[in-house]
Design a protein around this ligand. Structure first.
Ligand SMILES: C[S@@+](CC[C@H](N)C(=O)[O-])C[C@H]1O[C@@H](n2cnc3c(N)ncnc32)[C@H](O)[C@@H]1O
Length: 207
């Protein structure tokens, strides 16, 4: 798995942006931010070779759905190989920005969580803003956008989310900021209680 990762990094260094996948500790930490006690719709941007996807799929119940958006065709093929027999998982070899079209195609109205490992910091500002808007619009009120990034620069751009909580997670090479952006308001402007997710777990305390 890591050999594939290194190969894809060498082929597309800016897009892949890391030479090794997320650590087990980071994967568990990111998944701990989500509440799997009910069926969930979860989208993942940039799953790579699927280290987070496998943990999410392991934790989520039978009525849940997981949409994987991966630009790289080799990673996508590998994800198809891993998840081809799991009807809850949809692999999309395409840009994360295709989320609204894919949701419509699959008859999905809203996502409960969107998890992202794509290198947002290298996206042009217009693309970054457009993707943030699509992400916000695709989430249910009470849902969350969860990112893990080397820098926390996205926080200054993601101001459309009503709440944000970050932690600096050292058990990964390199260390990462994990930020949970919460969407509170419904389409008609009412506020909605956030789902139980571990944004409220104090920094550096294991879930
Ligand atoms: C830093 S790697 C993270 C891989 C994996 N999630 C992990 O934690 O090990 C970033 C991944 O995002 C993918 N990617 C980059 N931009 C993307 C985009 N706009 N849409 C979908 N995938 C993208 C890359 O191909 C790469 O697989």
């Amino acid at each position: 798995m890591s050999v594939l990762f290194l190969k894809r990094f060498l082929q597309r260094p800016f897009q892949v942006a890391s030479i090794i996948p997320s650590s087990k500790a980071l994967v568990e930490r990111v998944s701990s931010k989500m509440d799997f006690s009910e069926p969930r719709v979860i989208a993942e941007y940039g799953p790579g070779e699927g280290v987070h996807s496998r943990e999410i799929a392991r934790r989520m119940g039978p009525g849940s759905q997981l949409l994987l958006f991966e630009l790289d065709p080799d990673f996508s093929r590998d994800l198809e190989r891993q998840f081809g027999s799991d009807p809850r998982v949809h692999v999309i070899n395409g840009d994360a920005a295709q989320l609204p079209e894919e949701m419509e195609r699959l008859g999905i109205e809203q996502c409960d969580y969107i998890v992202s490992g794509i290198p947002f910091s290298i996206l042009e500002i217009d693309k970054k803003r457009a993707l943030l808007q699509k992400t916000y619009d695709s989430l249910a009120a009470g849902g969350a956008f969860i990112i893990y990034q080397v820098t926390n620069e996205l926080r200054q751009h993601a101001t459309l989310f009503e709440n944000a909580e970050s932690e600096y997670f050292l058990q990964n090479i390199p260390p990462m900021f994990i930020t949970v952006f919460e969407k509170v308001h419904t389409r008609n402007g009412h506020s909605h209680p956030a789902m139980r997710h571990a944004a409220r777990v104090p920094v550096n305390q294991s879930a």
